[in-house]
Design a protein around this ligand. Sequence first.
Ligand SMILES: Nc1nc2c(ncn2[C@@H]2O[C@H](COP(=O)(O)OP(=O)(O)OP(=O)(O)O)[C@@H](O)[C@H]2O)c(=O)[nH]1
Ligand SMILES: [Zn+2]
Length: 301
Amino acid sequence: MSDLARVVTRFGAELILRTADGALLRAVSRRNLAKGEPPHLRAPVCGDRVRYTAGDGAKAIATALEPRRNVLVRPDHRGRPTAGAANIDQVLIVIAAQPTPDWGMLDRYLTAIAALPAAPLLVLNKCDLPETASNPLLRATQSLYTGLGYPLLCVSALHGAGIDALRERLQGQTSLLVGQSGVGKSSLIRALDPALSVRVGELSAISGEGRHTTTVAHLYALASGGDLIDSPGVRDFAPYQPSADDLAAGFPEIAARARECRFHDCRHLAEPDCAVKDAVDAGRLAPTRLRSYHALARNCV
Ligand SMILES: Nc1nc2c(ncn2[C@@H]2O[C@H](COP(=O)(O)OP(=O)(O)OP(=O)(O)O)[C@@H](O)[C@H]2O)c(=O)[nH]1
Ligand SMILES: [Zn+2]
């Protein structure tokens, strides 16, 4: 008999599992639990569902990996693909008036999220700051992305505005938290569930690895419902070699206009009769989006 559990985190060959009744359990796993997969996808990662049995000692044994809905792959420090987290329903991209938003980064996130696939949710934090309302570029960009159909919530981790609405959007979902350094991701986790900092301590005690475990991906169960994956290592991620389809999914407004270009493989650079460049010139397509598109297309496979 084997039971089903969810991987909270992994360090080396060891896992912390969350069992069906919510208990945390230390477990060991073979590195290649998923034999048919490419090497970087064989070991269980944060968010995976695994079968386990009780081991001889204090540690359980992960015996099988359940099929994944998706897995986030990113380059490791040597540029090789590595799995960061699995079974992600939704990605929260946190932005704020401060630090100054990096819109290219936002477009990279959106493309990677479309490729996963998962649902994006833009979270504009620090809405208590006067700059949030008074910065014309931020307002214009806000309407650019909502106009493209991306949902956006304005919140304040500091004052609590919009946090209830955010909690609601997290229920029943596994959500990954990403965003530039300093936008308030840690503050948002604390605002969503003040008890979580206690659980972080509990995890360190179980793993015995203290500091190390705070730098890898963790799956947190929110008291209000839903799971949140926070991964300091995955907080900035780019699509791993996007395909042409990934680019089309990440830039739907460009893909729609590209059908009108004279050349079916138009790259929207210097080609004649390019409907995408025409749309930019006519002010119907944001030049920043085309710039982001070109930056990603350079790595396209
Ligand atoms: N005014 C205001 N400040 C906030 C809010 N949320 C976070 N901050 C501040 O922004 C700074 C950065 O917050 P963090 O939560 O550490 O940001 P982070 O995104 O986790 O940063 P990294 O750990 O570097 O990725 C801190 O000084 C927070 O107090 C907010 O809603 N309003
Ligand atoms: Zn074109």
